[in-house]
Ligand binder design. Sequence first.
Ligand code: EPZ
Length: 421
Amino acid sequence: MRQYRIQGGQRLLGEVKIGGAKNAVLPILAAVCLNQGETIITNCPRISDTFDSIEILKSIGFRVAFTENTLKITAGDGIKHEIPDEYAIKMRSSILFLGALLATTGRASLALPGGCKLGDRAINLHIEGLQAMGAEIIQQNDKLYCKTDGLKGTKIALDFPSVGATENLMIAAVNARGETTIKNAAREPEVQDLARFLKALGAKIQGAGTKTIKILGQNATTTKVTHKIIPDRIVAGTYLVAAAMTKGEITLQNVDPFDLTPVTSYLKEMGCTLHANPSTVTITAPTLLKPIPFLATKVHPGFPTDMQAQFAAALTIADGNSQLTESVFNCRTSHVKELRKMGAKITLTADKCTFLIEGRPKLNPATLAAHDLRCGAALILAALATPGESLVQNANYVQRGYESIESDLTQLGATITLEKI
Ligand code: EPZ
């Protein structure tokens, strides 16, 4: 087990580079199954989810070399269609191999996906969409057994713009016969990066980033592809909130300011000053953060759910009361009880989706436990803003999505170490 040890109360100052996006590289590593040749992926984050996806690729027959932040993936002779349970249950994104394996081998079997516990995390939209394309999917003892005689293009309307379902169906549609239309598709930047990768394979895709995506199947013929992963807007947003909470001033390099707009607009509402250049963002924090009367997470381009826990932490030390609603997941609250250990005043409504946060001048240091990836990040931020020594246990959750949070924050002047316990 590992934990972060943090001496809080120091202002964050300086510059830090942002790496590639976890939620872009994971669907792209599933889509690599479509390429029978060589795939080079650059700006790839060295996070545990990447390593787990690499193990899945190796287990189904690919050769993978990972040097610094560059992945080289080469198809072996033949792809296996069964994903080992130990990897399938480790993360949510293993479900994305379903569409990829059906599209390439006509079969797929994998355990139901794991990942952070954020409420239901159903997969009905994935299943229903693939069935509409001609897949037979049976669930037995927490495993999915799938096969198809050949996927067919069709029209699919998602009743929720699910990021993963959109990505799974895009990947499957690349090899389907005919055209697939996905209506009410997710519009996240990571969905758009997947589309860019699939187009590099030769796929004919229109509308990525809009609510309607059209894919004309059976055009992916390119077998040597190089793709650079987009910057991680959630890691970037996390560091911006860290600066905001510590009265700091930092500059992030290698970011896309446009993708950060849903986050920077609310940091401005809290009294921060932000300046953007084509690939950098600079934030200057006020001495006291303003509350946000009403903030709700939405699908892109709204305020991202993956920044909810970090903003909840920031609002606990704002100068007044805030209301924060989680509307994407039905239970993304594991950070609340941990922040309360620091003296945060947070009340949850009965549906556990709205937080009433009473801002306090400061929190108290404490021993905390991460229960999921962004919960862990939020607790680190709260500890950075609080004078004294705090511990954040279960660091493995944070390492799923942050390549080097302790060295990045140290570079910005924080006192934080990662230690074994
Ligand atoms: C992706 O998860 C991200 N993960 C999540 O990031 C992110 O929070 C989420 O999108 C929303 O932006 C990856 O990309 C690997 P969804 P995903 O399908 O695809 C419901 C992080 O911290 N739903 O858009 O699982 C579901 O229950 C992680 O980096 C169905 O009902 O998210 C949820 O309430 C956490 N049926 C909502 O949709 C389905 O078939 C959003 O889920 C699928 C989803």
